[in-house]
Design a protein around this ligand. Structure first.
Ligand code: NAP
Length: 458
């Protein structure tokens, strides 16, 4: 008896999921691949995480879209795997696939754990970035009728947030930001963006190109507050190229004369937030001064200062939500795995379950890092396929029926291309490559037609 073609589901259409789908589809093993995403649009963090003024970085979508040629990989957008109404539980999904690769990323903002974090206008970077990238679930938009903003963290996300807030509208008009976002930025009262960095210039996680970009903004000045750390010059002990490049840029800014500009980005080193002030919404932030220890850590001095800010964005990294039915390591915020194979509590692989991307390795690396990950994980899947039991319900139409019973109408690739075309059309009037459609109802109207969006009751 011949074995049916194995079927693999990739859950998550961000770069990690799409690189994995691509690696599976490109192999010599005959395998059917479906990519599921809870949103009607693919590309995950490329669409909803890459800053709008980094349009070049988004051109990777041309590569990520390749597996969706006719008859190759299927896209099933608007399908959420999980528990609760309108979602597809993992065991139900498993009945249709030989293997499932989870590429659901790290959707939760890490918290600071300080008083005042829950005040209005205190946001995680996911909410902030989701807002300006037009994510349909971004939540309450930030209020920009404030002159001071604190951005906590020294990673590239903190730089993205600071840069977008400090740009002029003219610099953003030809990006893909939704109309509502551009309007909010047009009437923004923001003047001072304080980036709070708990350690020193050598310890920042910025990449030099992104850091240098702060100096190229049309009407914003960079002000370095380093407590004299950069005065001594860069020691020969600093051999890491990234660290040296960052310190060189910071030293240049620290030594330069102030230039008049509408906005200032303050890089405040050795400052940790200790509490956010306000009764209902943010009115300030108290920071503690730190000193650097010889091993690159910091010690608080107890000396506090208050910054006059009305918006706080914490950009201190992300963590994953556990996947119901799979093991989860709370300490690392990842699913335990070896070469992508999910490892159960007994130390043995969980048959047919794999992870790739941030849910596998944590929220680190650039888009291209996911490609290496994908190749390794796809190799694990392909090596195991022959030993895995065939799915109980192998017919592709069976899945469509099961989804329909749950009120889920998947968005296929052709339907997504209708939304894609609509966004490109909207962009023409503004001289932009595209303008994001950010409301779920409008996204569904574009993919299915207006009546279908109402039927779905979303
Ligand atoms: P990240 O690079 O891990 O940076 C997180 C920052 O938060 C670190 O500077 C960390 O400081 C700081 N932090 C953590 N807890 C803190 C606390 N309690 N108080 C104060 N500061 C705290 O994370 P990310 O910026 O979210 O970026 C995630 C990944 O996406 C990174 O790999 C990044 O390079 C990538 N990314 C790339 C781009 C790009 O290429 N343009 C854009 C965006 C994101 P310590 O170092 O002291 O722990």
């Amino acid at each position: 008896m011949t074995r049916a073609r194995p079927r693999v589901a990739v859950v998550g259409a961000g770069p990690s999921g799409l690189y994995t789908a691509s690696a599976l589809a490109a192999s010599d093993t005959a395998v059917d691949v479906d990519v599921l995403d809870r949103l009607p649009a693919p590309y995950g963090l490329v669409r909803y995480g890459v800053a709008p003024d980094h349009m070049k970085m988004k051109s990777v979508i041309r590569v990520l879209a390749r597996p969706f040629g006719p008859g190759d990989v299927r896209f099933l957008g608007g399908v959420e795997v999980g528990t609760g109404p309108g979602r597809v539980p993992l065991p139900v999904l498993r009945a249709h696939y030989t293997a499932v690769v989870h590429a659901s990323g790290c959707a939760l903002d890490r918290r600071l754990g300080i008083p005042g974090e829950a005040l209005q206008n205190s946001l995680g970077s996911g909410a902030m970035v989701g807002w300006y990238c037009g994510h349909p679930d971004h939540g309450t938009p930030p209020r920009l009728d404030v002159s001071g903003v604190a951005v906590v963290g020294a990673g590239n996300v903190a730089l993205d947030v600071a840069r977008v807030l400090a740009r002029t509208v003219d610099e953003l008009v030809s990006t893909d930001v939704p109309f509502t976002v551009l309007d909010a930025l047009r009437s923004s009262a923001v003047r001072d963006v304080h980036v709070l960095i708990r350690r020193g210039p050598q310890q920042v996680k910025f990449t030099p190109v992104e850091l240098r970009q702060l100096g190229d903004l049309a009407d914003a000045e960079v002000v370095v507050h380093d407590d004299g750390l950069l005065e001594a010059g860069i020691s020969d002990d600093v051999t890491d190229r990234r660290e040296r490049a960052n310190m060189t840029a910071l030293t240049e800014w620290a030594c330069s004369r102030p230039v008049p500009a509408a906005r200032r980005i303050h890089l405040r080193f050795l400052r940790s937030p200790v509490r956010i002030l306000g009764e209902s919404h943010v009115t300030g932030i108290v920071v503690e001064r730190n000193v650097l220890t010889p091993d690159g850590r910091v010690r608080g001095t107890g000396e506090e200062e208050t910054l006059d800010v009305g918006l706080v964005v914490r950009a201190v990294g992300y963590t994953a939500e556990p996947i119901p039915g799979l093991p989860f390591d709370d300490a690392t915020g990842t699913v335990p795995n070896v070469a992508g194979r999910v490892i159960g509590a007994d130390g043995a692989p969980v048959a047919g379950e794999y992870v790739t991307g941030w849910i596998r390795r944590g929220p680190t690396g650039v888009i291209g890092t996911n490609k290496h990950d994908a190749v390794e994980v796809a190799a694990s899947v392909l090596a195991d396929l022959a030993t895995l039991p065939p799915p109980a319900r192998p017919e592709p139409d069976d899945l469509t029926r099961v989804l329909a019973e749950r009120g889920v109408r998947p968005v296929d690739w052709t339907a997504w291309l209708r939304l894609d075309a609509e966004e490109i059309r909207l962009g023409q009037a503004r001289g932009a490559e595209r303008i994001k459609v950010a409301e779920l109802r409008e996204m569904l109207a574009a993919v299915h037609g207006a009546a279908a969006a109402v039927d779905l009751g979303r």
